[in-house]
Design a protein around this ligand. Structure first.
Ligand SMILES: *Cc1c(COP(=O)(O)O)cnc(C)c1O
Length: 463
């Protein structure tokens, strides 16, 4: 199909349909460094490159759709977080955002700790050589088998999420002749997302033990009595894609208040608090995330101030960024299959992946950016919706974005900031083969998670 084979799509000069977008950018060829991985740029041909390798060569070698992860950027972000929090705090990478053995090794080398929340994540971490004492194990319903493996391995902490689990972990530890370091996850009545947070006195969610009604204080009382447990602190996690620190302020205040109550009742000053993850990244040019050093400064000031007010020694702080580390480091590369302009509405651009490799748009109404990456174009911007190839009309990757109006089948387009919660939430819907993750660094590309094959699918289907 030639570039001019389809009729003209809607232009930005037209009256634009309802949607979540602003005016088209001045230059569609420009790559906003806020949303793209650090080493991404265009070569002299206008083709986008990452780690010094052009996407046309990457597509040729690894196929599409595929995730390309900028290892240099990933390592730089790990170091920035570790340096920002310094020696008196701990940074735990939240493995659920994206975990593979290569990632575990990078984290290990860059001095980060690791959060896991399932037996599968735990075995990935251990098999890649993460020292067990640098692993934290989370989750609201860990199985007895998972708890046993974690205690046996000697994980640095288990985050207790319920009254049943307090007893369960204590029992497993005792039966193994161990004393397990634990934190208690409390729900502080704060739910934060992007620029808003809601602070109530009550909790209506599956995670954690409520501060409200003295539940968390009772959990501490029980945990302190059990020989199998060494209670090292209190854990709280308030939301995701957070830009505003005000939610953390309320959450830290409430956690510190519990620490003061524990001191008053038991004469014990718990030495650690974990404020969770949830720090936001830029998915589009409109998002303005904070740098790790600003976040570290803000959190440490909040905790220090609250502790001074309560007459407590400042505990050791830990944080658990997942998205903020891996999210911006990867993009998904797709090949355009069909282009369908709808006059007065928008142009539907179908790619060779979809909700099986990025469920976030369908699930959370997430916003993404998209660019033509296999060439530049001087054509007018056209309001587009990037959709997948699945049998589902909600199969949308990018709801509203501008692409050049000469976009044609065969072009490569890329969606930046797909490092977090895309491959890790990928599915086999429609028996799609989950795409590979390719790490790129200094002119070298290496598959770290290979593409699934039809054989992989058939292997599970035992007839
Ligand atoms: C999901 C989660 C995180 C990481 O969240 P991000 O938004 O990726 O930073 C950290 N801690 C806990 C307990 C979580 O559930």
């Amino acid at each position: 199909m030639s570039r001019s084979a389809h009729p003209a799509g809607p232009r930005h000069a037209d009256v634009l349909p309802e949607g979540h977008y602003s005016a088209p950018p001045a230059d569609l060829n420009q790559l906003d460094p806020k949303v793209w991985a650090r080493t991404v740029s265009r070569d002299e041909r206008g083709v986008v490159t990452v780690g010094g390798i052009a996407v046309d060569a990457l597509a040729e070698e690894f196929g599409t759709p595929a995730y390309f992860l900028d290892e240099t950027d990933f390592r730089a972000r790990c170091r920035a977080w570790a340096e920002a929090f310094g020696k008196d705090a701990d940074v735990f990478y939240a493995g659920k955002a994206f975990l593979s053995r290569a990632v575990v090794r990078w984290l290990e080398e860059e001095g980060l700790n690791l959060d896991v929340c399932s037996g599968g994540e735990l075995s990935t971490a251990l098999s890649a050589g993460m020292p067990a004492e640098r692993i934290a194990f989370h989750g609201n319903n860990k199985s007895e088998g998972e708890i046993r493996r974690a205690v046996e391995a000697g994980v640095g902490r288990i985050v207790l999420d319920s009254f049943q689990e307090i007893v369960r972990v204590a029992h497993v530890a005792q039966s193994l002749g161990k004393r397990q370091r634990v934190q208690i996850r409390v729900t502080v009545g704060v739910e934060a997302h992007t620029h808003e947070f809601i602070a109530t006195a009550h909790e209506d969610q599956k995670f954690g033990i409520a501060l409200a009604g003295g539940q968390a204080a009772e959990a501490v009382r029980r945990a302190l009595k059990l020989d199998g447990l060494e209670l090292i602190g209190i854990h709280s996690h308030i939301g995701s894609q957070i830009f505003d620190m005000a939610g953390f302020e309320v959450s830290a205040r409430r956690v510190v208040q519990l620490l003061a109550e524990v001191r008053d009742e038991h004469g014990v000053e718990l030495p650690e608090i974990d404020l969770g993850g949830g720090l936001g990244i830029a998915y589009t040019s409109e998002d303005d995330p904070r740098e790790p050093h600003e976040i570290a400064k803000a959190l440490s000031e909040i905790v220090t101030r609250e502790c001074e007010a309560a007459g407590l020694r400042t505990p050791r702080i830990s944080v658990e960024p997942g998205r903020a580390i891996v999210g911006p480091t990867a993009f998904t590369l797709y090949r355009v299959g069909t282009v369908k302009p709808l006059e007065g509405l928008r142009t539907y651009v179908s790619v060779d992946g979809g909700m099986s490799d990025n469920i976030r748009t369908a699930l959370y109404d997430a916003e993404y950016s998209v660019s033509l990456v296999s060439r530049t174009s001087e054509a007018e911007p056209m309001l587009s919706r990037v959709v997948g190839k699945h049998c589902e009309s909600g199969d949308i990757v990018v709801r509203d974005a501008f692409l050049p109006s000469d976009l044609a089948p065969g072009d490569l387009i890329a969606v930046p900031a797909t490092g977090a919660y895309c491959r890790s939430m990928a599915s086999n819907y429609n028996h799609a083969l989950r795409p590979p993750v390719v790490a790129v660094r200094d002119g070298e590309a290496r598959v770290i998670v290979r593409r699934e094959t039809e054989e992989d699918l058939l292997r599970l289907d035992v007839g």
